[in-house]
Each structure stands twice: as structure tokens, then as C-alpha cells.
Design a protein around this ligand. Structure first.
Ligand code: HEC
Length: 129
């Protein structure tokens, strides 16, 4: 039994570390409405920064990678570590940026699980996933 459990645990770790498009469970259309909350600080339509960096191609993009945008210490670190924005990392980030990112500059939190899933589906769709 122990052996089987170990294999299962290993498979879960692998599944968790690779977030593929099929992990996207949200509704992109509903997510477009949720994204209105983000628009005060972000655009996903063109490479133009507002309070926050532009989100063109954000799904699958390495954290902290918009040239000329002054990121927090934490996002610069994630950039150097090669952290990529995907279902897993965005699900952790959006409800509480300050808990994930050292000296986070994003003051906004998206707390409803469905809205998080939907907005991720929208970001992925807009990024061509
Ligand atoms: C009040 C302004 C504000 C709002 C609203 C906001 N953000 Fe942000 N966002 C920021 C700022 C500022 C940063 C840069 C954070 C840093 O440097 O720590 C950021 C960074 C990000 C990043 C990381 C970008 C990168 O290049 O690594 C993502 C992803 C993101 N925001 C998604 C969202 C989404 C999705 C929403 C809506 C649900 C949202 N944000 C709402 C201000 C905002």
C-alpha cells in the first residue's frame, strides 16, 4: 500500500507542477466581465503599462518580464527564478498578492473562487491558449 501511495503522491506532484491548458476550468466569457475589475490598472489589449504592467500574453509569461516596468522586489525575484503565470501560480497570486510576492505593489485582491477561475480562463484565452 505504501508503494502505491508513493507513486500516487509522485503523480500528483507532477500534475501540480505542469499546468497545461486543460487545467483551465473557468469560463472565459464570464472572466471577461471579471477583468473589468483589473482594467483600472491593467490592459491586455496592447503593450502599455498603467499602474500595473500590461498583461499581453500574460498566461504562460514569466513573472516580472515587461521591460521598463518597475516591479516589486518579489516579482523581480520570481522573474530570476523563472516563475511562469499559469493556473497554479495565478490561483495562488490573485486572492492575495501580498502573501505570495515580497513587497507586492498590487493592492487589489480577487477573493471569489469562481471569479478567479473565470478570469484565469479569460487571460489564457486572450494569450492564445
Ligand atoms: C489597483 C491596481 C491593480 C488592480 C485593480 C489589479 N492589479 Fe494586477 N498588478 C498591479 C500592480 C501595481 C502590479 C505589479 C506588482 C508588483 O510589481 O509587485 C500588478 C501585477 C500583476 C500581475 C503580474 C504581472 C507580471 O508581469 O508578472 C498579474 C498577473 C496581475 N497583476 C493580474 C491582475 C488581474 C488578473 C487583476 C484583476 C483580477 C489585477 N491584476 C488587478 C496593480 C493592479
Amino acid at each position: 500500500v505504501k508503494f502505491v501511495t508513493a507513486i500516487f503522491a509522485g503523480a500528483m506532484v507532477l500534475a501540480g507542477s505542469a499546468a497545461y491548458a486543460q487545467d483551465i476550468t473557468g469560463d472565459a466569457e464570464a472572466g471577461e466581465k471579471v477583468f473589468r475589475k483589473c482594467k483600472a490598472c491593467h490592459t491586455i489589449e496592447k503593450e502599455q503599462n498603467k499602474v500595473g504592467p500590461h498583461l499581453v500574453g500574460i498566461y504562460g509569461r514569466t513573472a516580472g518580464s515587461v521591460d521598463g516596468y518597475k516591479y516589486s522586489v518579489g516579482l523581480k525575484k520570481f522573474h530570476d527564478e523563472g516563475l511562469v503565470w499559469n493556473v497554479e501560480t495565478l490561483t495562488q497570486y490573485l486572492p492575495s498578492p501580498k502573501d505570495m510576492v515580497e513587497k507586492s505593489k498590487m493592492t487589489f485582491k480577487l477573493t471569489k473562487e469562481k471569479e478567479i477561475a473565470d478570469v484565469i480562463a479569460y487571460l489564457a484565452h486572450e494569450s492564445g491558449e
